[in-house]
Design a protein around this ligand. Structure first.
Ligand code: NAD
Ligand code: TYD
Length: 344
């Protein structure tokens, strides 16, 4: 493995993965292939833009001709597919692009990988494919998928296609299912960067429902390290969960964040809940730890480090929040926040 196509590499996790791989593997070439949707941002790749081992191609993963041309032009042997529409709330507003990119786009990449005989196709998936997990249980890779949002359903569909290409055509695939990532370059629609940047500006934090939903917040670089390990040592045809094994209530995450940024709890606003909101995700990570990986950051360390990054990098997020994001924010939160009373 030497020439890797990182689809969706201008997004949050993809860009962190590019930084990670170039810092760890001197002999790798990384080609980012990205459509640059609202979530794709070349600022995320500024630290590597002059690296001769890196190149950027703007393209849609649904465009088979362009995908195959790029694979040939760069002599690609491995695809790591991060490209997706990734935000649950947007998938509730309008699922169309989610289905297009994750279902048809993944199919296109698989067909191209098969036709060109690539060494590996790796799919970046999510713990959300397992659906809501009752207390006391953690999802294993062998569990059936049970997605409940259009986003999660689009990701589960992609996983099923990847698995089908392995079984039917013998395509050498691997899948990783990560829990909630946090860290540098996360678009401020997701909970942690939204809350961090709102808190910095002393704006209310819109907490869905009672805020007692549970997520496994993991530091993005830990996730990237585990993906690299699966590329090196994972068994073809297998799925690997990647998380912390530690679940955190949203309100606890918010308290850590507010303390870190020195902001008061009175910024918390309980607003109308997300429809179909999954209450709890929890991953059994025995399989990836058996490969020799464990997270370097506890959830609290990850939240504190993320808060520091947003405090120190206003240049990155302020232009996003001052752009089209404003219309999204009003559509998603305007009525919710106007209806919510300030917390006592
Ligand atoms: P993101 O929204 O920040 O980035 C997605 C990237 O994909 C963007 O650069 C966008 O321009 C690109 N893209 C979208 N549609 C495309 C298309 N049709 N063709 C080419 N590029 C396209 O997402 P993220 O948070 O970095 O997530 C990356 C991947 O990891 C996704 O597959 C997501 O489902 C998965 N994942 C995310 C998390 C998380 O906590 N963020 C957790 C587990 C898994
Ligand atoms: P999010 O970052 O959207 O990730 P996901 O829903 O994919 O896990 O949300 C994380 C948690 O925070 C989730 O339980 C929903 C909640 N949340 C809020 O309470 N308010 C918000 O404004 C957002 C975006 C999320």
């Amino acid at each position: 493995m030497k020439n890797i196509l990182v689809t969706g590499g201008a997004g949050f996790i993809g860009a962190n993965f590019v930084h990670y791989m170039l810092s760890r593997h001197d002999d790798y070439r990384i080609i980012v292939y990205d459509k640059l949707t609202y979530a794709g941002n070349l600022d995320n790749l500024l630290p590597v833009q002059d690296d001769p081992r890196y190149a950027f191609v703007r393209g849609d993963i649904c465009d088979r001709m362009m995908v195959e041309q790029t694979l040939r032009d760069h002599n690609i042997d491995t695809i790591v597919n991060f490209a997706a529409e990734s935000h649950v709330d947007r998938s509730i507003m309008d699922p169309d692009a989610f289905i297009q990119t994750s279902v048809y786009g993944t199919y296109t990449l698989l067909e191209s990988a098969k036709n060109l005989g690539l060494e590996r196709y790796h799919q970046i998936s999510t713990d959300e494919v397992y659906g809501h997990i009752p207390a006391g249980y953690s999802s294993k890779e062998t569990d059936k998928v049970d997605p409940r949002s259009p986003y999660a359903a689009s990701k589960a569909s992609a996983d099923l296609l990847v698995n089908a290409y392995h079984i039917t055509y013998g395509l050498p695939v691997t899948i990783t299912r990560g829990s909630n990532n946090i860290g540098p370059y996360q678009y401020p629609e997701k909970a942690v960067p939204l809350f961090a940047t709102n808190a910095i500006d002393n704006l209310p934090l819109p907490v869905y429902g009672d805020g007692r939903q549970m997520r496994e917040y993991q530091y993005v670089v830990d996730h990237c390290e585990a993906i690299d390990l699966v590329l090196q040592r994972g068994t073809v045809g297998e799925i690997y969960n990647i998380g912390t094994g530690v679940e955190v209530e949203n309100l606890t995450m918010i308290e850590i964040l507010l303390d870190s940024l020195n902001r008061p709890r009175s910024l918390i606003r309980h607003v109308a809940d997300r429809p179909g909101h999954d209450r709890r995700y929890s991953l059994d990570i025995a399989k990836i730890t058996a490969l020799g990986w464990e997270p370097d950051h506890s959830p609290a360390e990850a939240i504190n480090k993320t808060a520091d990054w947003y405090r120190d990098n206003e240049w990155w997020w302020r232009k996003i929040k001052n752009g089209d994001f404003r219309q999204y924010y009003e559509a998603q939160y305007g009525d919710r926040l106007r209806a919510a009373a300030p917390q006592e």
